[in-house]
Design a binder for this molecule. Structure first.
Ligand code: SF4
Length: 392
């Protein structure tokens, strides 16, 4: 503790609270965002991280599966969603998803992270059958599937309650839900960046229901667009309140906004300074969250490495093939080039039907995931030193 040097003395009362293990208030969050002393903010966050996790950093060996990029929502923040007939629109046939999943298992994957667009024609049953098929073919793999936004959309198209939607997902084999779609909860921001998406309150209520029926989830916050510091802190405090009630959030992932190819492309990209601050402030405010993730795909491996000293204790997964943020200009390697297909006839999604779309050949690009350090087992805990070596 002797090595904490505060150049911004307004941080002193906050530092005292952190060192005493006390919960920080809303105003403390604002102060942490505004303080010019980023290194002190990072020091405090790292103090909490070390208290919780010592010298251990987590990652998992996973694959992303994005069944379709066709989406009715047209969020302004998004470069991934497409109209059904737009160039680049795709929907995978189930057989194709299974083939890719089985390839992932052969390469050591222990988790599938499954999110996609809100397709106007695919029924809820397509997604349930996908999950059942994955569970049957890859029984040892953890299925982290469908954001709260997708859950809400499924309940609408299937005309069933949110609880029933979640129950059917669980019954089919979903093990947990990812944390996407939270963006910034405040209605002012949602009106600008994602006005057709569920409200922040609906997202929170859906997460609560998921936790109550035994589906844990992650939580995210998309920062670096039109939001204010107050709106970020409001978002974090709302998550903390739900976590107090359910203890169902596993990890929090601050997501840096990538503006390229979105209607908000005039907004500058986030800086490393802002990225590290968001990691640190989340670690400090979310005292009831075990894990803070530095999502290296968005942050870059270099910033993710530094984030491990700013409160992050988890680097997410090996991922291998990522579409959503690369469509929005993420510069990290795609690893295997996204394989695009044309949109199939939704009536032909059956797993028994043949995939009708020829794939372009995949290109294998350089990535940490291919390194031997990353090939070991499920959700492995390694010393930070090892992670840093792996990303170099
Ligand atoms: S962010 Fe999600 S819901 Fe919004 S347009 Fe993109 S894919 Fe659709």
């Amino acid at each position: 503790m002797n090595d904490l040097i505060l150049t911004d003395t307004t941080l002193r009362p906050i530092a005292d609270k952190v060192l005493a293990g006390q919960r920080l208030a809303f105003e403390d969050g604002i102060e942490l965002y505004r303080s010019p002393d980023l290194l002190a903010v990072g020091w405090l966050a790292n103090y909490i991280r070390e208290k919780k996790h010592g010298n251990i950093t987590y990652f998992n060996v996973n694959r992303h599966i994005n069944p379709t990029n066709v989406c009715v929502a047209h969020c302004k923040l998004c470069a991934f969603g497409r109209d059904p007939d737009s160039p680049g629109a795709y929907t995978y046939a189930l057989e194709e998803i299974y083939q890719r999943a089985e390839q992932g298992v052969r390469e050591g994957a222990t988790e599938f992270h499954i999110v996609g667009g809100l397709h106007p024609d695919l029924p809820f049953e397509y997604f349930l059958e996908m999950i059942r098929g994955l569970k049957q073919r890859c029984p040892g793999v953890h299925l982290k599937a469908f954001t709260m936004v997708e859950v809400h959309y499924f309940s609408r198209i299937a005309k069933i309650s949110i609880e029933e939607t979640l129950r059917r997902m669980k019954q089919a084999g979903v093990d947990s839900c990812p944390g996407g779609g939270a963006e910034i909860f405040h209605p002012r921001v949602r009106r600008i960046i994602c006005d057709h998406k569920v409200s922040g309150q609906v997202w929170l209520n859906t997460a609560k229901k998921a936790h109550e029926i035994g589906l844990p989830s992650n939580a995210t916050m998309l920062y670096g667009h039109v939001e204010t510091e107050e709106e970020r802190v409001d978002h974090l405090v709302k998550l903390r309140e739900v976590q107090d009630q359910t203890h169902g959030f596993v990890a929090f992932i601050p997501l840096a906004f990538h503006p390229d190819n979105t209607p908000l492309s005039h907004i500058p990209k986030t800086t490393g300074y802002l990225d590290l601050r968001n990691i640190a402030v989340s670690r400090l405010l979310l005292d009831n969250f075990e894990h803070i993730k530095a999502y290296w795909i968005m942050l870059t491996p270099s910033i993710a490495q530094i984030a491990l000293r700013f409160g992050a204790n988890d680097l997410d997964g090996t991922v291998v093939e990522e579409k959503i943020y690369h469509d929005a200009g993420a510069k990290t390697s795609r690893v295997h080039a996204a394989r695009r297909t044309r949109t199939p006839d939704p009536r032909r999604w059956s797993s028994s039907g043949r995939a009708r779309h020829s794939l372009s050949p995949s290109r294998s690009l350089e990535d940490a995931a291919s390194r031997s350090d990353y090939s070991a087992g499920p959700r492995v805990a390694h010393a930070q030193r090892l992670i840093c070596v792996a990303f170099n």
